[in-house]
Every structure is written in C-alpha cells, then in structure tokens.
Design a protein around this ligand. Structure first.
Ligand SMILES: Nc1ncnc2c1ncn2[C@@H]1O[C@H](COP(=O)(O)OP(=O)(O)OP(=O)(O)O)[C@@H](O)[C@H]1O
Length: 233
C-alpha cells in the first residue's frame, strides 16, 4: 500500500439547489518522501483534492488513506487532531499573524504539536536567521512565504500540502521557494504535494498527477527529477 492513496473519491457541492461535482472518481497514490506535483486547469478539482487530503474538507464517497489510516472515515474530532499534527499547509497567500514576529508565528504552530521541531532552528533552515524578530509587514513576499513554510514544517507533519505557493511571487523569488520545497522534501524526508498551474514544473517532481474535470487523467513518475535551478519557464 502506498503512503497516500486517494481511492475513487467523489465530491459534490450543492450550490443553490444545483449539484456541482468537484471530484468525479479521482484516484492517485503517492509514496512516502516523494514530491508530487498536481497539475490541471482551473476548476479541475486540484484544491478540492488537496483540502480533502488535508482534512479541511470531506468526501462524498471514496477512501483517503494516509499512512494506513482512512482519513475519509474520521470524525470531526479526529480531523481536528489530524489537521493539527499531521498536516503542514502552505498557501498562495501566507496567512501569517500580522501582530506576531516570524519566530512567534512559527512557535504558534509548533506549540500545538507533540513532535514539533525547534522554531528558531526551522527558521534557520529556511534561510531566515537574520529576520526572526521581524513582523510580516517588514518582510518581502518571498520571506513571508519562507516563514509560512517554516511554520508548516516545524509541526514535523506527515504531509506538506502546498496550494500554488509561488502564485503571488515573481519568477526568481518563486524559483527560490520551489527550491526550498524540493530541498525540504529531500533533506527532511517529508512527503510534499504541490499544486501548480505551471506544467513546466513537472520535471522537478518524483510524481506528476494530472487532473481534468474532477478526475485524474494521467500519473507520471520521474525516475530522475530535475533540480529546480535547471528548469526555466
Ligand atoms: N465550496 C464549494 N462550493 C461549491 N462549489 C465548489 C466549492 N469548492 C469548489 N467548488 C467547485 O468545484 C470545482 C473544482 O474546484 P477546485 O477549486 O478544486 O479546482 P482547482 O483545480 O483547484 O481550480 P483553480 O486552479 O482555479 O484553483 C469548481 O467547479 C469549483 O467551482
């Protein structure tokens, strides 16, 4: 069994009496320690799948296996614990607490997790040794995203889920953030899933999962992923 198994997942939303099928029999798997890139057009179901995997949304049917447990069968209370301890999220917008310093933002996350890493050391790892006592407004977009990555990995999560993490950044800054995510996956041995619109990024991944109209139409494995510095788009 793979570390992550998304098995025949359906997700329907009811909006004004109309049913919208966001996921339609979507299936994929990811092995432990892999970097998986999720590609697909707008509305293909990528965010819905990531939110379900992260325990932020629920399935209409299907199984979502993470490390041998079926997250789709979790109670609300179990999902709270799962989100808190097992999942690190990185979003397009950094969602930092504006009145807390970089260090305090990371500490806030690590304090609620039993196996958390040292907040200050985690900020060192993401290259922010000199910015720990700055507030988010005093940091660039790339630096704020580094804080949000530190906040996610300081929880020592099973999965690092990233939804368009470079969507608000310029080309070079975005590339540095992708490099950090690729390095984090390798060095910390965290399983990383990364949503992007940019199909040029596919070579950086161990696995590429392609969504279309709510289902997975194609999964590719790269035996030799390309370092991000060698990818241009
Ligand atoms: N809470 C919701 N209520 C109703 N419909 C929703 C909801 N969330 C998502 N959808 C619909 O489900 C479909 C899939 O959306 P989703 O956000 O997963 O796509 P996506 O591939 O992530 O798109 P994008 O790249 O634009 O973020 C879309 O048609 C969307 O409008």
């Amino acid at each position: 069994m793979a570390y992550i198994e998304f098995n025949h997942v359906m997700k329907e939303y009811a909006a004004d009496g109309v049913k919208i099928r966001a996921l339609n029999d979507a299936s994929f798997s990811v092995n432990k320690g892999e970097l998986a890139v999720i590609l697909g057009a707008s509305g293909a179901g990528k965010t819905t799948a990531l939110n379900i995997l992260g325990g932020m949304d629920t399935t209409s049917s299907g199984d979502v296996i993470v490390d041998g447990e079926n997250v789709a069968a979790y109670t609300k209370k179990q999902l709270v614990g799962y989100r808190r301890t097992d999942i690190g999220f990185v979003f397009q917008f950094y969602n930092l607490m504006p009145n807390l310093t970089a260090l305090e933002n990371v500490e806030l996350a690590s304090q609620i997790c039993p196996n958390s890493l040292d907040a200050s050391e985690t900020l060192d790892k993401v290259g922010l040794t000199d910015r720990k006592n700055n507030f988010p407004a005093q940091l660039s977009g790339g630096e704020q995203q580094r804080v949000s990555i530190a906040r996610a990995i300081a929880k020592n999560p099973k999965l690092l889920l990233c939804d368009e993490p470079t969507g608000a950044l310029d080309y070079n800054t975005g590339k540095q953030i992708l490099q950090l995510l690729q390095d984090t996956c390798r060095k910390e041995k965290i399983t990383v899933l990364l949503i992007t619109h940019n199909s040029s990024l596919a070579p950086m991944a161990d696995r590429v999962i392609h969504f279309k109209n709510g289902t997975v139409v194609n999964t590719l494995q790269n035996e030799y992923p390309t370092p991000i510095e060698q990818i241009e788009w």
